[in-house]
Design a protein around this ligand. Structure first.
Ligand SMILES: CC(C)(COP(=O)(O)OP(=O)(O)OC[C@H]1O[C@@H](n2cnc3c(N)ncnc32)[C@H](O)[C@@H]1OP(=O)(O)O)[C@@H](O)C(=O)NCCC(=O)NCCS
Length: 181
């Protein structure tokens, strides 16, 4: 399977970040309710967005995982994003996601993040997936717990502290097997 795969879930279609999505992605990352926790409320520039797209394309090209634009099945507009991005020094790939507020409360983030985790474990051979959330971002923590992620530790990083979560491959496979009955 190519490492820049288009993924499909029951309700969505995921395509790797592409230049053609740049404007819609910039609007998504600038959305006040999206940027609050995700970007500490910073209004990112077109150059920042272009750099994210470029880094994502490079990670897919290297056979690793980048970020995907999320559209509702059969629709044209980008309503969210999900995938993997590097944080920290040395860089560590972490799961990241965000949706327009109009799409919240429907389980789309849970559906989409499950799909990218499945891809990372199944196609890319990841041993573990990690994620970090601002401590007050309880909706995001609920998404991670629904995936089976466990809280590893909390730190003082960021404006209100950070929660670090991890999902080992073995736990994911066990949950998948249980779900398939
Ligand atoms: C984090 C974020 C994606 C969570 O969105 P969300 O809508 O709460 O998450 P989901 O799409 O998984 O929806 C789950 C909610 O929908 C409900 N729901 C409705 N139908 C559902 C379904 N079919 N399946 C699962 N959940 C469903 C659930 O009960 C749940 O509500 P609850 O958490 O109050 O119990 C969203 O808040 C966001 O985009 N925030 C801005 C970006 C951000 O902070 N990203 C995280 C960076 S670490």
């Amino acid at each position: 399977m190519p490492h820049d795969a288009v993924l499909r879930t029951e309700r969505t279609r995921l395509s790797p970040f592409a230049w053609a999505d740049g404007e819609q992605l910039l609007a998504l990352f600038r959305e006040p309710e999206v940027r609050g926790f995700l970007l500490d409320d910073v209004i990112v520039s077109p150059a920042w967005m272009a750099d994210e797209i470029e880094q994502s394309r490079e990670r897919f090209a290297r056979g690793s995982a980048g970020l995907w634009s999320v559209r509702l099945a059969g629709a044209a507009d980008v309503v969210g994003f999900a995938g993997f991005r590097e944080f920290f020094h040395p860089p560590e790939l972490q799961l990241l996601y965000g949706f327009l507020p109009a799409q919240w409360g429907k389980g789309l983030a849970t559906e989409v993040t499950a799909s990218v985790c499945d891809y990372a474990f199944g196609e890319l051979g990841f041993d573990e997936i990690t994620a970090a959330t601002d401590l007050p971002n309880t909706a995001s923590a609920r998404v991670l717990r629904r995936l089976g992620m466990q809280l590893v530790r909390t730190t003082d990083d960021g404006p209100a502290g950070t929660a670090l979560f991890a999902l080992p491959r073995a736990v994911w496979l066990r949950r998948q097997a249980a779900a398939e009955g």
